[in-house]
Design a protein around this ligand. Structure first.
Ligand code: GMT
Length: 376
C-alpha cells in the first residue's frame, strides 16, 4: 500500500506513534509518505520506502494567523496525485482530519477517491477538540473520516461523550518494540552521570504541560528522597518546567534533580531508571509510561483516563487518584524499599509492556487500511 501519514513532528506522543507506525509499515514493504511541517524527530529518512514531504506556510503580513490547513490540504492533494497514494492516515484530529477532508473534496473533483483513517490521540478530544471554538469542525471531520481509531477504550468513551459521533471507533492501543528496547546497550553510558551507585533513579518524561502535573512529580520525589537516597530525572520541555525548577529550589532538592530538556536519549535514561512517575490530570493512554515499562521500569501514575489500561495496579506499578501525592509517594517507597520486590515489579512491567508489542498492534492498523481500501 502507499500510505500518506499526517502528524505533528514533535516529541509529543501522537507524533512518536505516527512515526514508529510509518517506519514499521515501511519495513514490511509499504510505501510511506510523511506529510508535516518538519521532519518528525524519530524519522530516519535513510530507511527504504520512506518519503518526507514538508508543508511550507509562507508568511504574509495580512494574515494574523497563517493558514496551515490550506497549505497542508494542498500538499496532501499534490502528494496523492504525484505518488498515487492509496490511503491517508491522519494522527491527531485537529486540524489534520479537517485538512484531510478538504484534500479529499479537492481530489474528488478530479475523480480520485482518497480514504481517510483518523487516529484520535488524547488532547485532540479531551482538551482542544471539545473547546466550543473547535467542536463543530472537529465533530464534522471525525464523522467524515472513513475509519476512526482511538488509542484507548477511555478515549473512545470520551469521544462519544463529548461529541455527536456517528461512526464506529476502533480501539488500537499504542505500541512499543520490546525487542529493540531489550537489546538496547547501556554500556557506553555512565550511570554515574546521573546518580551515585546507592541512589535510586526516578524518572519523569513529558511535555511539561499543566495536564502532566509536574509539580506533583517534584512533590512525590521530595517525599521519596526523605526516606531513600534518590535522584530525579526530568526529561522534556514545556510551559511548567520553570515552575518545577522553582519548586525544587524551594524544597532545597535542586542538587538531586536533573532537568534534561528534550532529548533523543530517552531509552538510555530509562534503562537506568528504577521508577517512572506519571501523575497526569488526564492521559488517554500514557505512551511514556509504556516506554518506561518496556525498559523494565515500574510506573507510579494517576488513575486518569486510559492509564489503567496500561499500568496494572500492584503488578507493573500503582495507580492513585489525581493529586494524591502522599499515596503515590507511599507506593513508590513500597516498591523501592525491598530489592526483591523492586526486581519483581521491574519484570512485571516488562511483561506487561510486551502485550503492546508492535507485532500484535500493527496488524490492527493494516486491517483498518484494508477495510478502507475495500470501500474505494
Ligand atoms: O500530551 C501529550 O502527551 C502529547 C499528546 C500528543 O498527542 O502528542 O499525547 C497524547 O497522545 C499520546 C499518544 O497516543 C498518548 O499516549 C497520551 O496519553 C496523550 N496525552 C494525553 O491524553 C494528555
Amino acid at each position: 500500500m502507499k500510505i500518506a501519514i499526517v502528524c505533528y513532528p514533535t516529541f509529543g506522543g501522537s507524533g512518536v506513534v505516527a512515526t514508529e507506525l510509518g517506519l514499521e509499515l515501511a519495513r514490511q514493504g509499504h510505501e510511506i509518505h510523511f506529510i508535516t511541517y518538519k521532519q518528525p524527530v524519530r524519522l530516519d529518512l535513510l530507511n527504504p520506502n520512506i518519503f518526507f514531504h514538508e508543508v511550507n506556510v509562507p508568511e504574509y503580513a495580512l494574515f494574523h494567523y497563517q493558514p496551515y490547513e490550506l497549505a497542508l490540504s494542498s500538499k496532501i492533494v499534490d502528494t496523492v496525485k504525484l505518488y498515487g497514494i492509496d490511503i491517508l492516515h491522519v494522527h491527531y484530529a485537529i486540524p489534520h482530519a479537517f485538512a484531510g477532508y478538504m484534500a479529499r473534496k479537492m481530489l474528488l473533483e478530479e475523480g480520485i477517491y482518497l480514504p481517510i483513517v483518523t487516529t484520535l490521540h488524547g488532547t485532540d478530544i479531551t482538551l482542544v477538540g471539545k473547546h466550543p471554538h473547535y467542536k463543530t469542525a472537529a465533530t464534522f471531520s471525525i464523522n467524515k473520516s472513513d475509519y476512526v481509531t482511538s488509542v484507548s477504550e477511555s478515549l473512545k468513551k470520551n469521544t462519544y461523550d463529548f461529541f455527536d459521533i456517528k461512526k464506529e471507533i476502533y480501539v488500537i492501543p499504542n505500541f512499543i518494540d520490546a525487542e529493540i528496547k531489550e537489546q538496547f546497550n547501556t554500556s557506553k553510558c555512565c550511570r554515574a552521570n546521573m546518580a551515585q551507585p546507592e541512589e535510586f533513579i526516578i524518572t519523569h518524561i513529558s511535555n511539561f504541560r499543566t495536564v502532566k502535573r509536574v509539580l506533583d512529580v517534584v512533590k512525590i520525589f521530595n517525599e521519596i528522597q526523605k526516606t531513600v537516597p534518590a535522584k530525579l530525572m526530568m526529561v522534556g520541555e514545556g510551559p511548567d518546567k520553570q515552575k518545577a525548577e522553582d519548586l525544587c529550589e524551594q524544597l532545597g532538592i535542586e542538587n538531586k534533580v536533573i532537568f534534561f530538556g528534550n532529548t533523543t536519549d530517552v531509552d538510555r535514561i530509562l534503562k537506568y531508571s528504577d521508577l517512572f512517575l506519571l501523575p497526569s490530570e488526564s492521559e488517554s493512554f500514557g505512551l511514556a509510561a509504556l516506554e518506561a515499562m518496556a525498559c523494565k521500569v515500574p510506573v507510579i501514575s494517576s488513575n486518569a483516563g486510559g492509564l489503567g489500561e496500561v499500568n496494572i495496579q500492584g503488578e507493573s506499578g500503582f495507580l492513585s487518584n489525581v493529586g494524591d501525592v502522599a499515596d503515590m509517594a507511599k507506593n513508590a517507597l513500597y516498591i523501592l524499599e525491598n530489592p526483591e520486590r523492586l526486581e519483581t515489579f521491574k519484570e512485571n512491567a516488562y511483561k506487561r509492556a510486551k502485550v503492546f508489542n508492535i507485532e500484535a498492534i500493527l496488524p490492527m492498523y493494516v486491517a483498518i487500511y484494508e477495510k478502507a481500501l475495500a470501500n474505494k
